[in-house]
Design a protein around this ligand. Structure first.
Ligand SMILES: [Zn+2]
Length: 231
């Protein structure tokens, strides 16, 4: 014998299936996907220190791995800090280790950062979002300092930023184009030929700066080929 549900029961069931169909609302896979990976640092951001560093409520500090944002006093420092604050300020974040080191020499946790309950795409990889906006450059400290997949994601974001001359890139690339001194490359950096840091290193001449940046090299902070950043 088949019994038809009462109209009220039918509405309840319809409501149940509607809720269950909304992704992330009643979705076991989505919930599991949001669980932090083992060893991840999770906490609420108490203070945004600058474009690539935050302090959590429990006092732990997190440094975004693989990127570098302008220092205090440099152009775009305030914009990078403001964008970082917009993305993570007061929110619960997760810092996932990418390279071999969990912390840097200052005891800051190194990793790829995401907002735990992200509402926009940029919050799912804050490191990449800052690079994509032209407010951070890809910065490789040493070989294997971050995972291959993470590096590829960051370089892809930087490719977009370079192509669109976003953020500081317009100014930096313009300054480099005005240089009379040749540029040379070491494994991870782009230098002025006269830089003291390259005297004892093997160097290669650079033809296309953008191609070198795209390969993961970044401007040397000592000789600053893209312009003196401190007045
Ligand atoms: Zn240099």
């Amino acid at each position: 014998m088949v019994t038809l549900p009462s109209p009220r029961r039918a509405i309840e069931w319809a409501l149940f299936f509607t809720i269950a169909a909304v992704p992330g609302c009643w979705d076991g896979r989505q919930m599991r996907h949001d669980e932090p990976p083992a060893g991840a640092v999770v906490g609420v951001v108490q203070r945004v220190d600058d474009g690539d560093t935050v302090t959590l409520r429990d006092g732990r500090r997190v440094r975004y791995v693989g990127i570098d944002t302008p220092e205090s006093g440099e152009p775009f420092n305030k914009l990078a800090t403001a964008e970082n604050r917009r993305l993570v300020g007061g929110k619960k974040i997760e810092c996932r280790q990418s390279g071999p080191d969990a912390t840097d020499r200052y005891g800051r946790y190194l990793g790829i950062v995401k907002v735990v309950h992200a509402t926009e795409l940029a919050e799912r990889n804050v490191n990449a979002a800052l690079v994509r906006a032209g407010l951070a450059s890809v910065y490789i400290a040493a070989a294997d300092s971050l995972g291959e997949g993470d590096l590829a994601t960051l370089l892809e974001a930087q490719h977009e930023a370079l192509r669109g001359r976003r953020g500081f890139w317009k100014e930096r690339l313009f300054r480099v184009a005005q240089l009379r001194e040749p540029l040379v490359a070491t494994r991870f950096r782009i230098h002025l030929k006269s830089c003291e840091e390259v005297r004892s290193h093997r160097t290669l001449p650079i033809q296309l700066v953008e191609a070198e940046l795209q390969a993961g090299k970044s401007f040397c902070k000592r000789c600053q080929p893209s312009g003196k950043t401190h007045e």
